[in-house]
Write a protein that binds this ligand. Sequence first.
Ligand SMILES: Cc1cc2nc3c(=O)[nH]c(=O)nc-3n(C[C@H](O)[C@H](O)[C@H](O)COP(=O)(O)OP(=O)(O)OC[C@H]3O[C@@H](n4cnc5c(N)ncnc54)[C@H](O)[C@@H]3O)c2cc1C
Length: 301
Amino acid sequence: MDYEIIENYELKKHTTFKIGGCAKRAYIPQTIEAFVEILKNTQNPIILGACSNVLISSLGVDDDVILTTKLNKFSVEGNKIHAQCGVKVPMISREAEQKGLSGMEFMIGFPGSVGGAVYMNASAHSQSISDTFLSCHIFDNDKKEVIELNKDEMMFGYRSSIMQKKNYILLDAIFELRPETKENITAIMERNLEFRKGKQPNLAMPNAGSIFRNPPNDSAGRLLEKAGVKGLKYGGAQVWMGHANFIINEHNADSKDVSHLMNKMYNMVKDKYTIELVPEVKFIGKMSEEEVEIWNTMLKK
Ligand SMILES: Cc1cc2nc3c(=O)[nH]c(=O)nc-3n(C[C@H](O)[C@H](O)[C@H](O)COP(=O)(O)OP(=O)(O)OC[C@H]3O[C@@H](n4cnc5c(N)ncnc54)[C@H](O)[C@@H]3O)c2cc1C
C-alpha cells in the first residue's frame, strides 16, 4: 500500500505555529486510494493539511492522525483545475496565473492546503474558495463511503462548509476559473501580496493566521485592537504588534501559552464590547485542565 505509518510523529515541525506534541500514530498516504483505505480502517482520525489554521496540543494527540502532505497532485484542463486535498494553495494560484485563469489570486498569500481551504471556505481580498468550487470527492466517515458533492451541497458560508457539520473528509476537488490576461492576474496577485506586508506576520514569526473569526458586520482585529490587546504576552506567545488578531510564537510557546493568551484576548473584548469572539483556529489533541476550561468557554460548550 502507498502509505507510511510513523509512531510518535512530532507534529511541531509540521505546523506554521511551530507548536504541537507527538501524534501516537501518523499515517502519510501517497495516493487517494491509500487515503481511502486508511479512512476505512481507522475510527475517527484527525486529518491535517498544511497545519496553518490549527493549535496542536503540546501534550500530543492520542487519535490517529492522517497527514495529506503527499496528496499533492493537480492538473489543469481548459479552465478547470483538479486538485488533490494536500496541494498547497499558493501552488495552484501560481499555476492558474501561468495558464491565464482568474479566481485564485487570493490564495497566493496563505500557506494552506486545498483540504483545509475547502473545509473552512478560505477567503481573502473579496474572493473565496467557494467562488470557483465546482465539485469534489468526499469520504463520508459515518457511512465509510466515497461520495461526490457539488457546490450547493457543500453549503459554503463565511469560514464554513458542510464538512464542519458532517463527518466529511475531502479527497479532491475541481475548480472552474475564468479566463483572464496573465498581466491582470499577476497585478492582482502582487497587490494581494503587497497588502499583506506589515498587516500579517510572515512565517518567520510562527503563527496560525487569524485567531478569531470576524463577528457579524465587524472585524475581530478592530475590536481586539480597541480592547488594547496588542503586545500582550503569555509565556512564549505574544499578540503581534502589527495586527491584534494574530498571535506569534515568539519564544518556544506551547499550546497552553496560546490558549491563555486567547483567553485574555477573548475576555478583554467581552468586557469592553459584550461581544464573545469565536476562535477561527482549531485546537487539536489532548487538553490540560486549564485548556479544557478556556476552550469550553470560548466554544460555549
Ligand atoms: C500567515 C497566514 C495567513 C493566513 N491568511 C488567511 C486568509 O487570508 N484567509 C483564510 O481563509 N485563511 C488564512 N489563513 C489560515 C489558513 O492558512 C487557511 O485557513 C487554510 O485554508 C487552512 O488550510 P490547512 O491545510 O493549513 O488546514 P489545517 O490547519 O491543516 O486544518 C484546518 C482544519 O481543516 C481540516 N482539514 C484539513 N484538510 C482536510 C481534509 N482533506 N478533509 C477534511 N478536513 C480537513 C482539519 O482537520 C482542521 O480542522 C492564514 C494562515 C496563516 C499562517
